[in-house]
Design a protein around this ligand. Structure first.
Ligand SMILES: [Zn+2]
Length: 396
C-alpha cells in the first residue's frame, strides 16, 4: 500500500465495517435486506452500478455491484464474492455474538471469519478501486443463504448468465487463512417421503407399509454406493477418491402393531464428478417409480414416493490451468493448491465459465462455532491481496 497511513486507515475501516456487518443478524433464511442496503449504499456512493436478485418473497436478496473500468482493456473482470448469511448461534458465547468484540489480536462475533471479514475488506478497499484508473471492471457479489445449501447464489448466477457476465476471475473469500483452495466435492442432500396405507399388523396384506418400502429404497441406495466406488475417477484428488453416499436417518411408524403409512429417509451424496450425481439419481428414481411405486399401488392407489431436494451444492473441479489461481498465487507468493471437505459457491461460478478460486481471511476451524473469531492480522493479509489486485488492474 502506498503509505503506512493509508494501510492503517484501510485496516481501521475494515474493522469498523466488519463491526457493522456483524450487527446485522443475517442468520440463513432470515431477511438480509438491511445488510445488503448497507453494502449497496457504500458502493453506490463510490459510483458503482448495481442490481439485486431476490427470493420469491423478496425477503432475501443478492447484490451484484460493479466499479466500471475507466480504461477498458481485454483483462478479465474480477468478481469478489461472499455470502452474507451466518449460521445460527447456540448458547455458550462469552460475548454477544452480534456485537463485534476485540480481545488482543482477535475480533469475535458470528460471521467474523465466515465470512463477513472478507466482505468487510472488500468494502473497505472499494474507495481505493473507485479512485484508481481501473482497466477492468471490479465486481462485488454478496449472496444470501449459502449455509443452507447455496440457495441464493444460483439465482444470481442465472441473472449473470442472462446479462452475459460469463467470463472473468472470481475470488470467493471463504476462510482459508488466505490459502488457495481449487476444488471440493459437491454436496447433494435429499429427503424421500413414502406414503402407504395404515392398517392392523395382523393383516399386512391389507396395508402398505411405508417403512418397508423405505427400507427397500435404503437398500438400493447402499447397493448404488458400491457402484459409485467402481466409478471412482483414476486421477481423483479427493479422499476418499470416489463419490460417497450416506443415510442420515429413517423416520416412520407409531407402534409395533400398526402398519406405518408414513416414513421418510434423509440421505446425502458427495459426488466427485457431476455425472455421478446424475447416475445415482437416474438409477434411484427408476427403481422408485418403476419397481417400488407400482407395487405399492397394487394395494393402495394413492401411495406415493416423493424425493425432495434439500440442496445440491455443485462440486468445484480442479482446472489444469486456472487464471484465478494463477492471479492469487502471483499476489500472495503461495503456489500451493488444496482441496477441502466443505462446500462453497465456487462450482456455480465455474459452471458458467468464470475462473474461480476460494481464498479468504480467517480459518474454517473457527467457523460455525461458539466464540467465532478472526485473527486481525488476517484482515491485513486480505487487504494486501486486494491491493495487489488494484496494481494488476491499472494501466501503466
Ligand atoms: Zn462460509
Amino acid at each position: 500500500m502506498s503509505t503506512e497511513n493509508t494501510s492503517d486507515q484501510l485496516f481501521n475501516s475494515s474493522v469498523k465495517i466488519l463491526t457493522d456487518l456483524i450487527a446485522f443478524k443475517t442468520i440463513s433464511g432470515k431477511d438480509n435486506n438491511s445488510l445488503i442496503d448497507y453494502c449497496d449504499e457504500i458502493l453506490k456512493k463510490l459510483g458503482a452500478t448495481s442490481f439485486k436478485t431476490f427470493d420469491d418473497e423478496k425477503k432475501r436478496v443478492n447484490l451484484f455491484a460493479t466499479l466500471k473500468a475507466k480504461h477498458p482493456s481485454d483483462k478479465k473482470p474480477i468478481i469478489l464474492s461472499g455470502h452474507t448469511d451466518v449460521v445460527p448461534v447456540s448458547k455458550g458465547w462469552s460475548t454477544d455474538p452480534f456485537v463485534a468484540t476485540i480481545k488482543n489480536d482477535k475480533l469475535f462475533g458470528r460471521g467474523a471469519c465466515d465470512m463477513k471479514g472478507f466482505i468487510a475488506c472488500t468494502l473497505a478497499f472499494a474507495p481505493i478501486y473507485s479512485k484508481a484508473n481501473l482497466d477492468r471492471d471490479i465486481h462485488f457479489s454478496y449472496t444470501f443463504d449459502e449455509e443452507t445449501a447455496c440457495i441464493g447464489a444460483p439465482i444470481l448466477i442465472k441473472e449473470l448468465k442472462k446479462r452475459g457476465v460469463k467470463d472473468g476471475i472470481c475470488i470467493i473469500g471463504e476462510p482459508t487463512n488466505m490459502k488457495i483452495i481449487d476444488a471440493h466435492k459437491g454436496c447433494y442432500e435429499y429427503t424421500t417421503y413414502f406414503e402407504g396405507l395404515a392398517g392392523h399388523s395382523s393383516a399386512p396384506h391389507k396395508g402398505v407399509s411405508a417403512v418397508e418400502y423405505a427400507s427397500k429404497y435404503v437398500n438400493k441406495l447402499i447397493e448404488l454406493r458400491e457402484k459409485l466406488k467402481e466409478r471412482s475417477p483414476k486421477d481423483s484428488i479427493f479422499d476418499p477418491p470416489h463419490s460417497t453416499l450416506s443415510i442420515g436417518g429413517i423416520f416412520g411408524g407409531i407402534a409395533h402393531n400398526v402398519i406405518a403409512d408414513k416414513c421418510h429417509v434423509n440421505w446425502e451424496t458427495r459426488p466427485v464428478v457431476k455425472e455421478d450425481g446424475v447416475f445415482l439419481n437416474t438409477e434411484l428414481d427408476k427403481y422408485a417409480n418403476e419397481i417400488l411405486l407400482p407395487d405399492m399401488k397394487k394395494v393402495f392407489s394413492n401411495s406415493s414416493i416423493k424425493k425432495k431436494i434439500i440442496g445440491e451444492v455443485t462440486g468445484f473441479d480442479r482446472d489444469k490451468k486456472s487464471n484465478a489461481c494463477e492471479l492469487v498465487s502471483y499476489l500472495t507468493g503461495d503456489n500451493t493448491r488444496e482441496v477441502v471437505s466443505f462446500g462453497t459457491e465456487a462450482g456455480l461460478f465455474q459452471e458458467i465459465g468464470i475462473s474461480t478460486v476460494v481464498c479468504g481471511p480467517g480459518s474454517i476451524e473457527q467457523a460455525h462455532k461458539v466464540d467465532e473469531f478472526i485473527v486481525l492480522d488476517e484482515l491485513k493479509k486480505c487487504l494486501s491481496l486486494l491491493d495487489g489486485i488494484k496494481v494488476q488492474s491499472i494501466s501503466n
